[in-house]
Ligand binder design. Structure first.
Ligand code: HEC
Ligand code: HEC
Ligand code: HEC
Ligand code: HEC
Ligand code: HEC
Length: 402
């Protein structure tokens, strides 16, 4: 799908392109003999924009830029609930992934509020195999050093250090992501987030696709004035929030679910095929997807639905989610649970058939797959009422005639 071949080409190529860049007037990027680099604020991505504008604009729209509690109401909601129940200290643990450069849970400086910032990823010298969260991101000894997927071109000057050969985590397209996305287990031993393990490395459901192939697709245009290529890796990190945020420029990941529906006598068979490299939904354990069906009679009037008010009770097979329970067996928020009682999300590579008995009067069915960031009870608990994030958004529509 993406064209990453040019990246290795970029690593290898040399002076011809430097010349092309200078002719093109690459504003600040100059041969070593000229202007000394200005002092750069690593925690303010706006200061990267003169040279890396496209990437800065994409990142600004991404959830990595919103990962701090001052910007993401869903995260802020659960964080507040957990602080109220477990004490304020719990917030420090959240920061390791949501705001790794914060000085503490009360820090409201740009280093904190910029969440998973440029510096979080690009000052990383290596990723530790053990441990959890951003404790796994080990920074360069030189705090001014920056590294990306390419070797710096000879003679280029930047207001930051430039590395030589890129570290492996920029080459393998996965291990940097796994530092925060691999797995999160609660103190009670309940697995909350498991995206990395679901993905299972190369050779999984999509054998040649890595995290970045789907979430950082190569899109048109240079990444900024210092780039000599006409394409770059998108930094929108598109995921489910793109349904709530402004349109992304050609950087949508593959459709998460394909649907095929067909009547078979009195039965409607709906096949849901997972298009993600991991489970779907994945990540934050409260996510849910919902298959909603409306049956129309010969006159086109709605005469049947697969559920009315409570999908989980009326048509549990229509709900792709997980349910976590407390010691009394009552549903609760995943971090407070002692066990996972239900697991009905699509597995990686899964094509699942869900069968519905549809009354004879129904001549056609209109269907929708909807996605919710959080289920209705959590909307209340996180104080999200009235916000767009509280409502479901459509993923895909389909229609089938009898
Ligand atoms: C979550 C980690 C992460 C964050 C945050 C991040 N980057 Fe990147 N960046 C990457 C990865 C991974 C690549 C390599 C992608 C590839 O191999 O195609 C990359 C590539 C780049 C490149 C080269 C792009 C190209 O294809 O030519 C530039 C320039 C860059 N990043 C700058 C930035 C800036 C500036 C910011 C902040 C606005 C930023 N990055 C934020 C992970 C990140
Ligand atoms: C004045 C221009 C300038 C500014 C401002 C600037 N950079 Fe750079 N950056 C460069 C140059 C020049 C290169 C090397 C390009 C090359 O050799 O191809 C570079 C390379 C990079 C790379 C490596 C990209 C790759 O292809 O591997 C990353 C990542 C990066 N910069 C991040 C940042 C971040 C983050 C900031 C803001 C904190 C920033 N830069 C600010 C000029 C700048
Ligand atoms: C084959 C493509 C593909 C690969 C490979 C892939 N993803 Fe995804 N990912 C998707 C799709 C599609 C979605 C759903 C996006 C949507 O809802 O529109 C998704 C969703 C996500 C989400 C949000 C999950 C949720 O429901 O809240 C995260 C986080 C994520 N991916 C991280 C990763 C990481 C980390 C890797 C590598 C370990 C990875 N992905 C590999 C395609 C992929
Ligand atoms: C320092 C930790 C960290 C690293 C490293 C990291 N992420 Fe994330 N990522 C997060 C956090 C935290 C969120 C959730 C932000 C929120 O919703 O508040 C997130 C969210 C996402 C999402 C969901 C976006 C959406 O629309 O819901 C995707 C997709 C994603 N990351 C992909 C990646 C990929 C690909 C990489 C590797 C290049 C990566 N991440 C590296 C911490 C990280
Ligand atoms: C090991 C890294 C890590 C730690 C520690 C962590 N998170 Fe996250 N969190 C993530 C990632 C990665 C995502 C994105 C998953 C996805 O998009 O589905 C995320 C997403 C979320 C979301 C969903 C946000 C949204 O916009 O939908 C909430 C809520 C959340 N985290 C709360 C917390 C709280 C509260 C803490 C601390 C008690 C915490 N997290 C600690 C990695 C972490």
């Amino acid at each position: 799908m993406s064209h990453r071949g040019h990246l290795s080409h970029r690593v290898a190529s040399t002076s011809g392109a430097v010349l092309a860049l200078l002719l093109a007037g690459g504003a600040w990027a100059q041969p070593e003999s000229e202007a000394p680099p200005p002092n750069l604020d690593f925690d303010n991505p706006a200061t990267c924009a003169p040279c890396h504008a496209a990437v800065v604009a994409e990142w600004t729209r991404s959830m990595h830029a919103q990962a701090h509690h001052s910007k993401d109401p869903v995260y802020a909601g659960l964080r507040a609930v957990r602080m109220a129940k477990e004490g304020a200290a719990v917030a420090q643990g959240c920061d390791t992934c949501h705001a790794p450069r914060a000085a503490g849970p009360d820090d409201l400086s740009p280093a904190a509020t910029n969440g998973v910032s440029c510096a979080t990823c690009h000052t990383t010298a290596h990723v530790k195999a053990q441990g959890q969260g951003a404790a796994r991101l080990v920074p360069f000894e030189d705090p001014k050093m920056i590294q990306g997927p390419n070797k710096a071109r000879p003679g280029m000057v930047a207001p930051h250090g430039l590395g030589g050969d890129p570290p492996p985590h920029f080459v393998d397209g996965m291990s940097l992501c796994l530092a925060c996305h691999e797995q999160l287990v609660s103190p009670k031993g309940v697995t909350l987030c498991n995206t990395g393990h679901e993905f299972g490395g190369l050779g999984g459901a999509f054998p040649d696709q890595r995290c970045i192939d789907c979430h950082m697709p190569i899109i048109e245009g240079p990444s900024g004035t210092v780039d000599r290529d006409q394409a770059h890796a998108s930094h929108s990190f598109v995921g489910p929030h793109h349904r709530w945020t402004p349109a992304e420029q050609g950087a949508t990941p593959p459709q998460p679910v394909e649907v095929e529906a067909a009547f078979d006598g009195g039965l409607l068979r709906v096949v849901l095929k997972n298009g993600a490299g991991h489970g779907w939904p994945s990540g934050f354990p409260a996510r849910l997807a919902l298959v909603k069906l409306v049956g129309l009679d010969a006159g086109g009037q709605p005469v049947w639905t697969n559920f009315k008010d409570d999908p989980l009770a009326e048509s549990p097979e229509s709900v792709l989610n997980a349910v976590f329970v407390d010691a009394a067996g009552k549903p609760t928020l995943p971090p407070f649970s002692v066990a996972k009682q239900r697991e009905n999300r699509l597995r990686p590579g899964e094509a699942r058939t869900v069968t519905y008995a549809v009354p004879a009067a129904v001549k056609a069915v209109k269907g929708k797959v909807l996605y919710r960031l959080v289920p209705p009870p959590a909307v209340k608990l996180f104080k999200l009422e009235g916000l767009p994030e509280a409502e479901p958004r459509p993923v895909i529509d389909f229609e089938v005639a009898r």
